[in-house]
Design a protein. Sequence first.
Length: 157
Amino acid sequence: MSKDETGRMTGPMCIRLAFASGELEVRAALAQLRHGLAPMHLSEADTGTVELVLGEVLNNVVEHAYGPEATGRIEMECEPLGTALFFNVRDQGRALPGLRLPSGRPPDVDGALDDLPEGGFGWFLVRSLANGLDYRRDDGCNVLEFNIPLREMQGMA
C-alpha cells in the first residue's frame, strides 16, 4: 500500500469518498464504492463481503461516533493491492471506549427465540472478514485501517 506525505492512499485504482454521516449517506457511499470497484470485476461473493464489512464499519461511525444528536464527515479510501483491498476510514466523532476496538465476541444466542439479541454481531462479522484491523486516534480523528482479502479475483479490466 502506498501513501503520500499526508498519509493518504495513492495509486491508479485508489477510491476516495467523503460524505456526511447518516444512514442514507452510507447507503449512497456503498453504491459509489461498488461502482468504483466495478473495473476490478470482483466476484459477487467478494463484493458482498466488502459491502457487509464497510456497511458495519460506516454504520457504527454514524450510530456511535457521531450518534443521533450530531452529524459529521466520514472519509473512506480504498486501494487494491495484490489479492486484497486496503481501507482507511476516518471520522471526527467520539473515540472508541478505551481507544480500543470492540472484542468482536458474538452475543449469547442460547435461550428462548424471543430473548435473542437484535444486534451485537457487527464487530464479530468485521473481525471475521477483515484482516489487519488497526484503530487509532490521530489529531482528533478516529482512523480505522484494515484489509479485505479477495478470495475469487476475476482479474482487472
